[in-house]
Design a protein around this ligand. Structure first.
Ligand SMILES: Nc1ncnc2c1ncn2[C@@H]1O[C@H](COP(=O)(O)OP(=O)(O)OP(=O)(O)O)[C@@H](O)[C@H]1O
Ligand SMILES: [Mg+2]
Length: 586
């Protein structure tokens, strides 16, 4: 089939206007032909016989009159076994292979197959001739790393099909036909182990969406105990420059209780992307001791690609996440940073001369962000099994001002907010999640009443601290001062977590639940001190013990003996417990 053709009539940055002859649809892929190169582009607006395309490459050299070929296909990703462990750019080009082929400076107009067509996979059929199947039903499986990769009826085969034949167990490439299906009219469709799906359309081959309830444990105390994230839920991490967004996402990608992690790195600095590429493969999976990369996919932008590619990368990433969700797996998608993506939208919108909204972002910024996060979710598949996609996105607002449009639009749709604070990161209090301003709508691993009891001390402690700045320590009562010390204690032994300490870096939910009760007892104890100095030095000593306790192996001898020491210190000082806590700890 010969696709529609057109000619460039105008070039504006990485947007070209093309007059065409024939039929063209939104989000269709077109190739601008310049010299001997074909530059991949996407149709983002159509007016009569002129379409606007965003070019995913540097547009240098494109001139009026250049030919454009429309492909007839939407911007899509290839789905199939072999995605895990890959590092792709936003257009699903395997970056290491691309670099091998074109050298360090990636050449434009070079596109490579996302999945190897030579690699053989060990296929085991599960469907048989005569079975009635629908899209996303399983025809067979192949092992992919530690997972059972379902070979499914391509998601774009709508309707009911009858299996005519399935290949016997054996090894096949993704290009081999593994099954033949007959549609209701009797036409035969050949199915291979891979197929394409348009990135801007949410994969919807499930029976029903469920309410995210179960916590997705991250082993970061501040998150799991105070501001939890649910499996299939969404959260955002806004934070000023250098406050620890990327590090927090890396910690999460390592320790989160999920099967697969997909990282969409739209870093603004080339260095950052290189860092991700270098560091990630060296990380080990704490659960298996093998390379973390085996259950990870990285989508990242190279500095040689223009902003449009950032746009593509978040959609590519979420589509891959949805694909693995169809295999009844729990997937975590981390997007860093969504602000870069929003800036790409702003740039394009400007070129299209659309009526600008706040801070020149397009009026549809909110709805676009919302529809991205809505692709998260926990679903029940047709076979009754459950899969989930959880999305966490960082936002990097200029000057750390959370009032700006991208942060605000994101806050409207996500279920949890982990706001990073400049003050805390400057003080090297990590993770720099703000303990008072953050929030979560999800249920965590610890009952809400207990959490809010501890939170109360943090809030009141911070009020006393503010007051002390005005009236000085002398003007503060000893009772208030003890509340301040208790607030400080929670901050240093529970909120802050040492990501360089082998034990403290990742805390199991059992340990969090256990230790939190110990902490609550300290908070609820009525302490009396002769003066503030005495109180301060006693709390300092307690804090040090507690930090050692945090650093000791769960339930080890050292752990138990430090716990005894802490309890002895407390009971020696305590004049009884606050009444409210007795009910909570009962
Ligand atoms: N949990 C942590 N433990 C120890 N150090 C940390 C932690 N988080 C961040 N840091 C320190 O802060 C630095 C900056 O962190 P990071 O690169 O994650 O910030 P960012 O918010 O992603 O910045 P940018 O806005 O530039 O993307 C790190 O290089 C590290 O030194
Ligand atoms: Mg960063």
């Amino acid at each position: 089939m010969i696709g529609t053709k057109g000619r460039v009539v105008a070039v504006n940055g990485n947007m070209v206007s093309v007059r065409f002859d024939g039929a063209v649809s939104m989000n269709e892929v077109g190739y601008v032909k310049v010299a001997d190169k074909r530059l991949k582009s996407e149709v983002i607006r159509i007016r009569n016989d002129v379409s606007q395309l965003q070019v995913f490459e540097i547009t240098k050299g494109i001139t009026v009159g250049d030919e454009v070929e429309y492909s007839g296909d939407m911007l899509a990703v290839e789905l199939g076994p072999g995605l895990l462990g890959q590092v792709y750019d936003g257009l699903q080009n395997p970056l290491p292979l691309l670099a091998e082929k074109t050298g360090f400076f990636l050449e434009r107009g070079v596109y490579m197959k996302p999945l190897s067509s030579e690699l053989k996979w060990n296929f085991t059929p599960s469907a048989k001739a005569g079975d009635k199947v629908e899209r996303a039903d399983t025809l067979g499986t192949v092992p992919e790393g530690a997972f059972t990769h379902r070979i499914m009826v391509p998601f774009n085969l709508y309707g009911t099909y009858t299996v005519a034949s399935v290949k016997p167990a054996g090894s096949y490439t993704i290009a081999d036909t593994i099954a033949e299906l007959k549609d209701e009219k009797g036409n035969t469709v050949k199915v291979t182990m891979s197929f394409n799906w348009p990135v801007k359309r949410a994969v919807d081959c499930y029976e029903e969406r469920l309410k995210p309830k179960e916590p997705m444990v991250t082993r970061v105390r501040l998150i799991d105990t105070f501001y939890p994230v649910a499996r299939g839920g969404t959260y955002c991490i806004p934070g000023p420059f250098g406050a620890g967004k990327t590090v927090l996402q890396q910690i999460t990608s390592r320790h989160a209780d999920v099967d697969i992690v997909i990282v969409a790195a739209c870093g603004e600095r080339a260095g950052e992307v290189v860092e991700t590429l270098k560091e990630f493969p060296e990380l080990t999976d704490p659960r298996t001791g093998r390379s973390l990369m085996e259950r990870t996919i990285i989508i990242c932008n190279t500095s040689s690609m223009p902003v449009a590619a950032r746009e593509a990368s978040v959609y590519t990433a979420v589509t891959l996440a949805e694909y693995y969700r169809q295999m009844s797996l729990n997937v975590l998608l981390l997007a860093d940073s969504t602000s870069r993506w929003a800036q790409a939208m702003r740039e394009m919108s400007g070129r299209l001369e659309e009526i600008p909204g706040e801070e020149a972002f397009p009026a549809y910024l909110e709805s676009t962000i919302a529809s991205f996060y809505e692709r998260a979710g926990i679903v029940r598949l047709r076979d009754g099994s459950i899969g989930s996609v959880t999305i966490g996105g960082t936002v990097s607002p200029a000057g750390g001002n959370f009032e700006e449009p991208v942060t605000q639009a994101t806050l409207k749709v996500v279920g949890a907010f982990h706001g990073l604070s400049r003050e805390r990161s400057d003080a090297r209090k990590f993770p720099a999640i703000h303990p008072l301003d953050s929030w979560s709508k999800y249920k965590g691993i610890i009952p809400a009443e207990k959490v809010s009891y501890a939170h109360g001390f943090m809030r009141r402690g911070s009020e006393v601290e503010q007051m002390m700045k005005v009236v000085g320590e002398e003007g503060t009562s000893i009772e208030d001062y003890v509340i301040y010390l208790k607030g400080e204690l929670i901050d240093s032994v529970y909120f802050q977590q040492n990501s360089f300490d082998a034990v403290d870096a990742a805390v199991s939910p059992e340990r969090q639940i256990y230790v939190f009760d110990k902490l609550l007892k300290i908070l609820a104890s009525k302490f009396t001190f002769g003066d503030k100095n005495e109180g301060r030095s006693w709390f300092n000593k307690l804090r040090q013990r507690f930090l050692d306790y945090n650093g000791s192996e769960w339930k080890s001898d050292r752990f138990t003996s430090l716990e005894k020491e802490i309890e002895a210190m407390v009971s020696e000082r305590s004049g009884g417990l606050d009444k409210t806590i007795e009910k909570l700890l009962a």
